[in-house]
Design a protein around this ligand. Structure first.
Ligand code: SAM
Length: 254
């Protein structure tokens, strides 16, 4: 992502989550997420807050329905089974203390995150200009996040709009047909198995086809692949896409 960024260009993540990607970026960065607890946690960590290095089942249970807080994000994500928000208490053992490993992971990220602006917000509220925007939204067809049902059609429409004045890259497994694959990545995904491993899955980086070459991506850095068509659901199609390839969209629906 850094390789396609202009010097000093603002980098934005509308779905920052665990900040795994933005932690590898530098300079002028803004991070948003609809999850109130997560944003409280990132801002508390920036101010020097230290999470507890052991979390009891009682604390875990008491926070499940508590008011949003930094501690609730830490416990809800860092000390729950599979990292799913309050998905079940992750019982620590002699070999593994979940709270301590979550702190180590946060400490590593905080080295590069101190100057990032974190704000709670929904993607549709953002109106950026001239930025490099990296979107890692909830994937279509996967379990919804605790912030509510995700409107994929509205999301792709927003990406088309942002792409007029920004460079927008979307990480997804599928996209409407007016988007092109600019890179394919094989990455582990989903809940962890008992041995800690994750199933590998192909993910794609997409760009709105009309914006490629016009937006602020330096020539030759990311190019659409020859096969820019990726299986996608009809409900995610733009009206233009549906008109162009009604038949193909229907037959190739997930
Ligand atoms: C796939 S995760 C992002 C993962 C992230 N790249 C990371 O490094 O962990 C998707 C994120 O989108 C957030 N989210 C879901 N719906 C949203 C919305 N409407 N607006 C903004 N954020 C949303 C979730 O809270 C979640 O943190």
């Amino acid at each position: 992502m850094e390789s396609i960024r202009h010097p000093e260009q603002l980098y934005i993540e509308p779905f920052v989550g665990a900040a795994n990607v933005i932690a590898h970026m530098s300079g002028n960065r803004k991070a948003y997420d609809a999850h109130p607890d997560l944003i409280l946690m990132w801002n508390a960590l920036k101010q020097g807050w230290r999470p507890p290095d052991f979390v009891t089942p009682e604390l875990h249970a008491s926070l499940r329905h508590a008011e949003p807080s930094a501690l609730r994000a830490f416990v809800g994500f860092g000390c729950s089974f599979g990292g799913k928000f309050f998905g079940g208490y992750a019982r620590s053992s002699k070999e593994r203390n979940f709270a301590a490993s979550a702190i180590r992971s946060l400490d590593r990220k905080m080295v590069t995150l101190r100057d990032v602006t974190f704000e709670r917000g929904y993607f549709h509220e953002l109106e950026p200009k001239g930025a490099l925007i990296y979107c890692d939204p909830p994937y279509a067809g996967t379990a919804s996040f605790s912030v509510g049902k995700f409107d994929h059609g509205r999301f792709w429409e927003k990406v088309r709009e942002w792409s007029r004045e920004n460079t927008v890259i979307v990480s997804e497994c599928s996209a409407p047909e007016d988007f092109s694959v600019v890179k394919t990545i094989t990455a582990p995904c989903g809940l962890r198995r008992a041995d800690g491993s994750q199933k590998p899955r192909n993910e794609f980086l997409f760009q709105f086809s009309e914006s490629i070459g016009k937006a602020a991506v330096p020539e030759g850095k990311l190019k659409p692949s020859r096969s820019s068509y990726v299986r996608h659901s009809v409900k995610d199609c733009s009206p233009a896409c549906r008109k162009r390839s009604e038949k193909r969209c229907k037959t190739r629906t997930r």
